[in-house]
Design a binder for this molecule. Structure first.
Ligand SMILES: [Zn+2]
Length: 166
């Protein structure tokens, strides 16, 4: 397997974007603590951030919301209430959100309840949002306390860790 393992730290609130000051403080801290250079290349092995190391850390801000998760092989989505598969409904609602709609939930055809994006069950695990801290080429999925601390300062206490290969 030559594929690399990456981690995305995604805020639980899909609309959340940190302020400019918080983003600057995040970058300043990486430099001040000699964790990464200006391009995001990690200095040293990166074991201060991720158990087993990491080679690159950056803040990814795509122009439209994305599903952070495995890029290969797709994913399944199911209702958190009744477990009904809802990938078609999700794709429709997600496209609408990307297009500027305010709704960030999906109506389940099984139980007719509306499920917010951040409550959906993705397999493999995925999370939707506008921004993520990307940790590329990690040695494991385990963040150090320092990394959790840095992510919490930027994203708030509620964020999820999503794995991606490739
Ligand atoms: Zn349901």
């Amino acid at each position: 397997m030559s594929q690399k393992l990456n981690l995305y730290l995604v805020p639980s609130d899909p609309e959340f974007i940190p302020g400019a000051i918080a983003i600057q403080q995040f970058k300043d801290r990486l430099h001040r603590d000699k964790l990464a250079d200006v391009l995001g290349d990690v200095i040293g092995t990166g074991e201060r951030l991720v158990e087993g190391g990491v080679t690159h850390i950056s803040l990814d801000r795509p122009s439209a919301p994305v599903v952070w998760g495995n890029k290969t092989g797709g994913f399944s989505v199911s209702c958190p209430q009744c477990s009904e598969p809802m990938v078609r409904e999700f794709n429709k609602a997600f496209s609408a959100w990307q297009g500027g709609a305010q709704e960030r939930d999906v109506e389940c055809a099984g139980c007719n309840r509306r499920a917010p994006f951040d409550t959906l069950r993705f397999r493999p695990k995925a999370s939707v949002g506008r921004i993520a801290i990307a940790l590329r080429d990690v040695g494991s999925p385990s963040l150090t306390g320092l990394c959790v601390d840095i992510a919490t300062d930027l994203l708030g206490v509620k964020f999820s860790v999503v794995m991606s290969r490739g």
